[in-house]
Design a binder for this molecule. Structure first.
Ligand SMILES: [Fe+2]
Length: 315
């Protein structure tokens, strides 16, 4: 059995085993549970595309499943590429090319923000030979933003009665944070919401996530546990204060950890939606026993309610 077929068979079995309320549903099941009047979007995160058949076909399947599930657009919260940080030009070019080729025929608009692995930094030893490459502009963002079709490192998208703030988790001085300039922009966008318009913030690194803690629990002894600095946004206090001032800011969509969780905190629904790549496309695809490749179908209601189903795409 080819590794590709083997991967999909395991995925199918996992998908079936995980079916049911609160777990993964098929695209057809998601399509059958579409509430009337809601804006339905797909939330894809941590795709980690690479120039290999498993990743290419996996993303192609996922994009098709998003359409089958009834999404009208895609929100992509970053880590679109396997790993641009610490990679040479010869290594990053196939990743950029794979994204362009696989997404070319997708009829749904894809709105993206950047993840930590989407910022290109060549290896220390090769830095001199890459100096001046235009793709390294804006802190390694320029080529990734061009390939992803992003108008700016942070930008707003209006769909239906909703405004999606596509944020940059890596723009602050500390790792990871929005920084003062972006927080001021978020505030202006929320202050400028139109009559009846609601907002969701999309970013790579979560603001609230039990998954961030479980990642640590799964990897270290209790006496080593500390604040999960690498897996939560550091300016979460400032962001929380900001969101509280604007009751029509109703959700935060994020990724980064490749775990699935949902938190309601002070009226805001924080949805961390796993990873399209699961365990970075490795092995049977399942991360830490619990998280196979998946994406989210999110229904945004006119009254501000937000509902999510996690969907398996490999059946
Ligand atoms: Fe990732």
């Amino acid at each position: 059995m080819s590794s590709r077929r083997d991967f999909l068979l395991k995925m199918s079995l996992l998908g079936l085993a995980a079916g049911g309320p609160g777990r993964l549903v098929t695209p057809a099941q998601a399509a059958g549970a579409k509430p009337a009047g809601a804006l339905r979007l797909a939330h894809l995160t941590d795709i980690h595309i690479d120039d290999n058949p498993v990743a290419r076909k996996g993303l192609a399947h996922c994009l098709r499943a998003a359409r089958e599930a009834g999404a009208t657009a895609i929100l992509n919260t970053g880590d679109s590429f396997r790993k641009l940080d610490g990679s040479t030009l010869a290594q990053v070019q196939p990743m950029w090319r794979a994204w362009t080729e696989v997404t070319r025929d997708c009829p749904l608009p894809i709105h993206s923000c950047l993840g930590n692995h989407d910022l290109w930094t060549p290896p220390q030893a090769d830095a001199a030979s890459h100096a001046g490459h235009p793709g390294l502009g804006q802190g390694g963002r320029t080529e990734a933003m061009r390939v992803l079709g992003m108008p700016a490192a942070w930008h707003a998208v209006r769909v239906g009665g909703w405004r999606f703030l596509m944020c940059d988790s890596i723009s602050g001085e500390k790792r990871y944070a929005f920084g003062a300039e972006q927080l001021a922009w978020i505030e202006r966008e929320l202050a400028g919401l139109g009559e009846g318009e609601h907002a969701a913030l999309c970013c790579h690194v979560p603001i609230q996530s039990p998954g961030a803690w479980m990642w640590m629990v799964n990897r270290s002894a209790p006496e080593k546990w500390t604040f999960p600095y690498g897996d939560l946004q550091r300016d979460l206090r400032e962001v929380t204060d900001l969101l509280r001032r604007f009751p029509r800011a109703r959700a935060v969509l994020s990724g980064h950890i490749h775990y699935v969780d949902a938190v309601d905190y002070l009226g805001v629904r924080h949805l961390n939606s796993g990873a399209v790549s699961g365990n970075w496309w490795k092995g049977d695809g399942v991360l830490d026993r619990d998280f196979p490749p998946a994406f989210a179908i999110v229904d945004f209601h006119p009254d501000g309610r937000v509902e999510r189903q996690m969907v398996t795409y490999a059946l």
